[in-house]
Write a new protein. Structure first.
Length: 511
């Protein structure tokens, strides 16, 4: 069974050829204890084309030290990684391979680099003996395990924050290290430095400087592609979190999928829809599959919250137990289905297709035009679709037909919001404000749709309770409250739409 540890650390090196050494740290901690020297021997695995390294992911098998075993490190932020650990075994554990499946797809993992460190460790403790940080001095030897690989040697200092310690403590330690002549490492990790210094074909000393475009020179195509890459990167980064059942990860992955599909549809003048529509259809499939889990999560939380609002004297029968059983049954089935989804050939092929599309984008003539005129026009087209649907909903009488029309308006509001968010780097604050207005409409209509779904679930639960001879009073009470909430949303919509649809919000996008 794998365990996950949040790792917050910083690495330092000496100036020039100067060896990196740990200075006296007694001024930054109440107690400094010397733990001696240990040998750590790690073999790092990757694909032949280094897909894990490109994503700043490390996978290693390490012996020696207190945490010998398999370690998978996934980036969280600058200097922060989640380390998933598994016991020692001859081959890469399946549970770790699954967590990098979205990166490696069908490629094989193989040993790439061996790094041996002779580590001298000191523990920094507070007055109560609580660990503040672990500081180490590493003498490192790295050997490339692929053909014609080279070797490299260096020393570095590493400071890893103790669990529960304020991250600001690392700043205190860093000031002491800088006074001692150390500086933050240029390489983000030992593996990154090892790959660079043991490359069998090192880069030439003289390179052409890359030409960078200023913000004013970026085209509409540059902006749309940057947004598409951002959402694709989010999709890939969220895959391990979804597999690991991290909170809200399914929802966030679904959002990235929808944003990407929405961008393809909204910016059809930039990216050829003859190419992107088939990809969008696969993204719609993925969002729908993810939505089964997300919708069930939202429904279960909503019903539980609504029941908690009911006075105890009005709760008749085992209502809470029935809700828990229904939610647990849904979770059990959805987890198996979700795991199969993320390992499916269809999903992995979609990821390959996205990579290929971004590597060779199907740009149309409008992609070369200035971003403001192209992106603003696209946002306003999506707004026009939303306006038509809201007006239709307001003209439709209460009932199932209005529920359907309001749901369609919700989807249009979401697309208009995503369009404005994608255009924000080019259009600035007007796009940000416009997106906020669209989000307010989406949120209200989303609550209305959640109420529609909750009432359908309550009808099913009431039928089951009645068949079991239980009281359905409380379920009926919850149904009535959901009806009133939906009616309140419908009454609020005209005024909210009046504010969100003001002409000045749209005019600002064109200035």
């Amino acid at each position: 069974m794998a365990d996950t540890v949040r790792e917050i650390e910083r690495k330092y090196e000496g100036h020039g050829a100067k060896r990196a050494r740990l200075p006296d740290l007694s001024r930054v901690a109440a107690t400094v204890t010397d733990q001696g020297t240990q040998k750590l021997d790690a073999v790092y695995y990757d694909t032949e084309d280094r897909r894990l390294a490109d994503a700043h992911i490390t996978l290693r098998r390490r012996t020696g030290g207190k945490d010998a075993g398999w370690h998978l490190k996934l980036p969280v932020g600058p200097g922060v990684r989640d380390e998933i650990r598994a016991p020692l075994s001859p081959a890469v554990p399946r549970e770790l391979t699954d967590l990098v499946r979205s990166r490696i797809r069908h490629a094989e993992l193989a040993p790439v680099v061996r790094i041996v460190s002779r580590r001298t460790v000191r523990l920094l403790l507070d007055d109560d003996g609580t660990l503040l940080a672990e500081a180490s001095e590493d003498a490192v030897t790295a050997d490339r395990l692929t053909r014609d690989g080279r070797s490299a040697r260096w020393t570095e200092v590493e400071v890893e924050l103790g669990e529960g310690t304020d991250p600001a403590f690392l700043d205190t330690v860093e000031r002491r290290l800088r006074k001692a002549g150390l500086r933050p490492s240029k390489a983000p990790s030992k593996l990154a430095r090892a790959l660079a210094e043991t490359d069998p074909a090192p880069p030439k000393a003289v390179r052409k400087r890359a030409v960078r475009k200023g913000p004013e020179r970026l085209t509409a195509g540059d902006h749309v592609l940057a947004y598409a890459r951002e959402q694709t990167d989010a999709l890939l980064a969220l895959d391990p979190a979804v597999r690991g059942r991290a909170e809200d990860s399914v929802h966030q992955m679904r959002v990235a999928t929808r944003r990407l599909r929405s961008a393809f549809r909204t910016y059809g003048e930039v990216l050829d829809r003859k190419v992107t529509d088939p990809v969008g259809a696969e993204l719609k499939w993925l969002a729908a599959e993810l939505g089964v889990d997300r919708d069930r999560e939202v429904l279960a939380e909503r019903l539980a919250d609504r029941l908690a609002e009911v006075a105890g004297t009005l709760v008749l029968g085992p209502v809470a137990a029935r809700l828990r059983v229904a939610a647990a049954g849904r979770r059990k089935g959805s987890r198996k289905r979700l795991a199969a989804l993320l390992d499916s050939d269809r999903y992995l092929t979609l990821l390959d297709t996205l990579d290929a599309l971004l590597a060779d984008p199907p740009l149309r003539p409008a992609a070369a035009r200035p971003p403001r005129e192209v992106l603003a026009a696209a946002v306003l087209r999506d707004y026009g679709r939303l306006a038509s649907r809201v007006e239709h909903a307001l003209a439709t009488g209460p009932g199932p037909e209005r529920d359907t029309v309001l749901h369609d308006a919700r989807k249009a509001a979401k697309r208009a919001r995503y369009a404005a968010e994608a255009a924000q780097p080019a259009l600035g604050k007007p796009a940000k404000r416009f997106a906020a207005h669209m989000k307010s409409v989406q949120t209200l209509l989303g609550d209305h749709q959640d109420s529609v779904m909750a009432r359908a679930a309550l009808r099913t639960l009431a039928a089951q309770a009645h068949a079991a001879g239980e009281s359905t009073f409380t379920l009926g009470l919850l149904y009535g409250r959901e009806e009133r909430r939906a009616a309140a949303d419908e009454r609020e919509l005209p005024e909210l739409w009046r504010k969100a649809s003001r002409e000045r919000h749209r005019e600002a996008l064109l200035r």
